[in-house]
Write a protein that binds this ligand. Structure first.
Ligand code: C2E
Ligand code: MG
Ligand code: MG
Length: 882
């Protein structure tokens, strides 16, 4: 259509040509068209145009030249190529040697491009085939390939449409192609890089992200999305901020405001990093999805190639576990360093690798001295090798050991420690380390021992105390039960110990107790227990008893041993003991009953005259009940006129004259008959009845003395026994003085019998009472002399008139030379000190003869008479006279 516009003269020629030249620059294929136009122009306006054409040909040639284009014409009929341009540079051919036909041209084409070249060429050959346009490689003369672009088309066909002539241009596009390839490669590289980056960041466990200056995500890796943001995918965070995700999480758990507490925190540290403009580290912690999380966060300003800050980049590592471990380690090391327990760690071979300050404190070895050494450096040689062997075997078997070890300090001191050893294993099960800790328990052991001794032993005598005794007895009873053997329990009470204590002082008393305990212990086997219950009470457990008789022998030995004089410094003291014995299993089978039994038996021994032992039998139980009933009966005895005074004559040995009698109390019990005063006086004393009874006795005896002094002579005297309880009572004196005044009885006719014990109390009460007797003209006799502890010289000081030698001396007077010597000494001494002597319990002529030989003054006993009723006494006196 362009052509027809030209032909119609509607477009100027110049314009047309310029247009074609320009077009040809862009599309070299239009060369043929130009030629065709030129030919047409030639035909129609040949003359006018000729000069213009020549001018424009030049212009076109210039244009072609400047486009660096090879313009060609392919004669398909003759298979010849003509080049319209002067230079063939496209593929490095010289101008003289360009391919002159299609086959040669084709042979230069790159094998990869040739096929496509053919295809396109055939397309273009077809009627209406259009323009051939193809970029392809051709061989250069130098062996390299050049890229060329050829555009062309069929410009002439025959009537059948068969192509006759083709024309077009070829330009060298090698440079462009190279630039394109380069661009492509760099694009691909960039693409690969970003994919790689994504892969890398999504595969690391650390959280990685980048944000813009408004703290909106530009990038977040998978770890970030999964672990902190809880985002759907890695694209979701883009354009959103931390707070968005934090709030979404919190809202998903309205019940738990602590569900996600990280949002603000992240934004704060973003701001700080942005503000400071330098890389920074943050220790951030809070809750994420309900779990405590601790992050080690690194943030840095995000700076682009132009050096502008465009945001912040960061990474975070989950250090929750690591921090927990660090904290544990920190604590462990704090504990290790500051523990009061000594610790040391050895390697698997047992060599010390670390010690703590407490170790140095306890052992004296500095760390440097201990490290590399074996713990055997602490050995005390107080344990057998087998001790260490069993320790190691337990350690190897169970991984730990604990126990008490005696070790040695650097200064040589041996100390006790409580040690525990634990093993730390390698993952493969082999030993990595042994950790030992120990504390010095020497002091504790010592004080434990002290406390134990204090709790279980009597501080004075060093023998077991009541508590230990009970323990032992419990144990021994169990043992005896298992072994089917017997056991004896002795309860021992020193007789008249109080007197020693009071006269000689407590220090001497203490010394006596110590010695007594030693003497008792010497009488028994090691396996037996001697304990002090307190005061002068001791117990002896004879365990594993198979011979009943040995009990008696031991008891006798103890009595014998205790009756020997105690030499206590300057002083000599005499005591005896009363022992109660009970037997397992005969009497009882348990601790409490055994104790009760032994106590009762001891009481019996005391009451039957002391310095003896007594067995417990069930009958004794009855006795206790009996005493209780007796006491009740005694209360009504006085009112019921069951009490009566009997009188036992006291005979003057030298003359046989009776001018003294002792008033002895008799109780005619309505059911039991006559009850001995030895039985009921203690009951009266215990119950306080003794005062009423005593007053009655005094009144009764004084009346009798008054009567008999008239009948038997002015010097007739009646002895009245006074219980210590009476003498010590303040009211006693007034009562008897008042009584004497009322009855007008003379003190000359009365003697008061008191026991040594009363004097030993040394109370002012007793002294004034004694003075009152003297003032009233009443004489005083010491009853049962020789059984207790008192010196004659002491009695003299107290103005005592008579000494009554105890029956027990009389019993042995004939056979026992020492008792005889003692009796004799008493007589001699008493006389020297102006006292008279009355011998009690004289039963035989032999005894009397001996007493007479000694110069004893009076005798009282069954040899002459028992205590008689007043009537019988009077009969006796009458008989004497006659
Ligand atoms: P006692 O004062 O030493 O009295 C002497 C005891 O020896 C009396 O026992 C007497 O019967 C007993 N006796 C006398 N001659 C012989 C003898 O040849 N052989 C033996 N085996 N015994 C002899 P009795 O009457 O049973 O009195 C026992 C104790 O009771 C008295 O010992 C005295 O301490 C106390 N007693 C008696 N009457 C009274 C009293 O009225 N008041 C107080 N407080 N005690 C009294
Ligand atoms: Mg008497
Ligand atoms: Mg007596």
């Amino acid at each position: 259509s362009g052509m027809s516009l030209i032909l119609q003269g509607e477009i100027t020629r110049d314009y047309l040509i310029t247009g074609f030249v320009a077009a040809s620059l862009v599309a070299p294929s239009s060369l043929a068209l130009i030629n065709q136009i030129l030919r047409t122009l030639k035909q129609t306006q040949i003359q006018s145009l000729e000069s213009t054409v020549a001018r424009h040909r030049l212009t076109i040639e210039m244009a072609i030249e400047s486009a660096q284009m090879d313009v060609w014409e392919l004669d398909l009929v003759n298979n010849a190529i003509k080049y319209n341009t002067a230079r063939i540079k496209v593929h490095g051919f010289t101008e003289s040697d360009p391919p002159r036909n299609l086959q040669v041209w084709l042979s230069y084409i790159h094998p990869d491009d040739i096929e496509e070249f053919h295809r396109r060429m055939q397309l273009a050959m077809l009627p209406g085939g259009g323009i051939f346009d193809y970029e392809y490689r051709v061989a250069t003369g130098t062996g390299a390939w050049n890229w060329v672009r050829t555009r062309g088309g069929i410009i002439q066909r025959d009537a059948t449409g068969k192509p006759l002539l083709a024309a077009g241009g070829t330009i060298n596009i090698t440079e462009r192609k190279q630039a394109e390839a380069q661009l492509h490669a760099s694009e691909e590289r960039a693409h690969n890089l970003s994919r790689l980056l994504r892969l890398i960041t999504d595969n690391v466990t650390d959280m990685i992200w980048a944000k813009d200056t408004n703290k909106r995500f530009l990038f977040a890796n998978k770890a970030m999305c999964d672990r902190l943001l809880n985002a759907k995918d890695t694209d979701e965070p883009i354009g959103k901020d931390d707070l968005f995700f934090a709030l979404r999480e919190r809202n998903s758990h309205p019940d738990d405001p602590e569900w996600h507490t990280f949002g603000e925190l992240c934004q704060d540290s973003d701001a700080i990093a942005l503000e400071n403009g330098i890389p920074m580290e943050f220790d951030e912690y809070g809750n994420v999805k309900g779990r405590f999380l601790r992050l080690d966060v690194h943030k840095a300003p995000f700076i682009n190639e132009q050096g502008e800050v465009i945001g912040v980049v960061g990474s975070a590592r989950d250090v929750t576990q690591q921090k927990a471990i660090e904290e544990k380690l920190r604590l462990a090391s704090l504990v290790f360093e500051n523990s009061s327990e000594a610790m040391f760690i050895t390697d698997d071979k047992g060599f010390i690798v670390k010690v703590n300050p407490a170790f140095t404190r306890v052992t004296g070895y500095a760390a440097a001295e201990a490290i590399g050494k074996n713990p055997s450096m602490l050995r005390s040689n107080m344990h057998e090798p087998s001790f260490y062997q069993s320790m190691w075997s337990e350690l190897q078997r169970t991984g730990h050991w604990q126990g008490e070890i005696w070790n040695r300090r650097k200064n040589g001191e041996v100390f006790a420690e409580w040690q525990s050893i634990n093993t730390i294993y390698n993952p493969d099960g082999t030993v990595h380390r042994y950790v030992s800790l120990f504390s010095d328990i020497t002091e504790r052991k010592k004080s434990e021992e002290r406390i134990w001794v204090q709790a279980n032993f009597d501080p004075l005598t060093g023998i077991p105390n009541r508590r230990m005794f009970r323990d032992r007895l419990t144990q021994d009873l169990k043992k005896a039960h298992r072994a089917g053997m017997g056991l004896a329990l002795m309860f021992l009470d020193l007789d008249r110990f109080k007197e020693v204590n009071d006269t000689l002082g407590h220090d001497v008393g203490d010394a006596l107790l110590v010695e007594a305990s030693q003497r008792i212990a010497a009488c028994v086997r090691e396996s037996d227990t001697v304990a002090r219950l307190g005061g002068d009470e001791f117990t002896v457990i004879l365990a594993e008893l198979n011979d009943r008789n040995s009990v008696e022998r031991i008891a006798a030995n103890i009595l014998q041993s205790l009756s020997c004089p105690f030499q206590l410094g300057e002083e000599t003291a005499y005591v005896s003991a009363s022992i109660g014995i009970t037997l397992y299993p005969d009497d009882a089978d348990n601790l409490e009953d055994m104790l009760k039994n032994a106590d009762q038996a001891m009481y019996v021994a005391k009451n039957s005259g002391r310095n003896r032992f007594s067995y417990f039998t069930n009958a004794m139980q009855e006795m206790a009940l009996y005493r209780l009933r007796m006491l009740n009966d005694l209360r009504s005895a006085l009112g019921g006129h069951q009490l009566q005074l009997h009188y036992q004559p006291i005979v003057e040995i030298s003359t046989g004259r009776i001018h003294k009698a002792e008033a002895l109390l008799r109780w005619n019990h309505p059911q039991r008959g006559v009850v001995s005063p030895a039985e009921f006086i203690p009951l009266a004393e215990e119950s306080g009845l003794i005062h009423t009874i005593g007053d009655w006795v005094f009144a009764q005896a004084t009346a009798q003395a008054q009567e008999w002094s008239v009948r038997y002579g002015d010097d007739f005297q009646i002895s009245v026994n006074k219980s210590p309880i009476q003498v010590q009572a303040k009211t006693d004196q007034c009562k008897w003085r008042e009584h004497m005044a009322r009855t007008g009885v003379s003190g000359r006719n009365l003697v008061i019998e008191i026991t040594e014990g009363v004097l030993l109390d040394n109370s002012p009460q007793v002294t004034t009472e004694l003075l009152a007797y003297r003032d009233a003209g009443i004489q005083v006799a010491i009853d049962d002399f020789g059984t207790g502890y008192s010196a004659l010289s002491y009695l003299k000081k107290l103005d005592i008139d008579y000494v009554k030698i105890d029956q027990s001396f009389l019993r042995n007077l004939v056979n026992d030379l020492s008792d005889r010597a003692l009796a004799e000494a008493i007589v001699v001494m008493a006389h020297k000190l102006g006292m008279q002597v009355i011998a009690e319990g004289v039963e035989t002529q032999e005894q009397l003869d001996l007493l007479a030989a000694m110069g004893c003054d009076y005798a009282q006993g069954f040899l002459y008479a028992r205590a008689l009723s007043p009537q019988d006494f009077e009969l006796l006196m009458a008989r004497q006279k006659g």
